[in-house]
Design a binder for this molecule. Sequence first.
Ligand code: AMP
Ligand code: ZN
Length: 115
Amino acid sequence: MTECVFCMIANGTIPATIVWEDEHVVAFRDLHPQAPVHVLIIPRRHYSGMEDEVPAEAHAALCAAAPAVARATGVAESGYRLIVNTGPDAGQTVAHLHVHLLGGAPMSEGMVTLA
Ligand code: AMP
Ligand code: ZN
């Protein structure tokens, strides 16, 4: 997927502030942070989102990366929230599966904000 911005970050074609990576996953700072720590965790391989027949191994790699990313960004102790937006109602804007890791300040207890 050469036209996908997150594929281009994963393969180094466009720059990003990478905070953690392994052979399956890349984690980088969100361009428009919504919290003091806002990192996107993506699989190196392109999946458009949760509905794209993502194999269990790819889900596992993303979830396993989260605590490592939290440690790398200093929020493992203070806590963090993981969010995956999927499809139009969730406001997904980049069609490459990604997990938002948000932390660094207390967040509201609510899970859902309707538009
Ligand atoms: P979503 O709304 O879940 O699809 O989130 C997409 C996120 O990607 C947004 O928070 C954007 O700020 C972020 N984003 C888009 N392009 C870039 C980029 N080139 N580098 C870092 N973050 C990006
Ligand atoms: Zn992609």
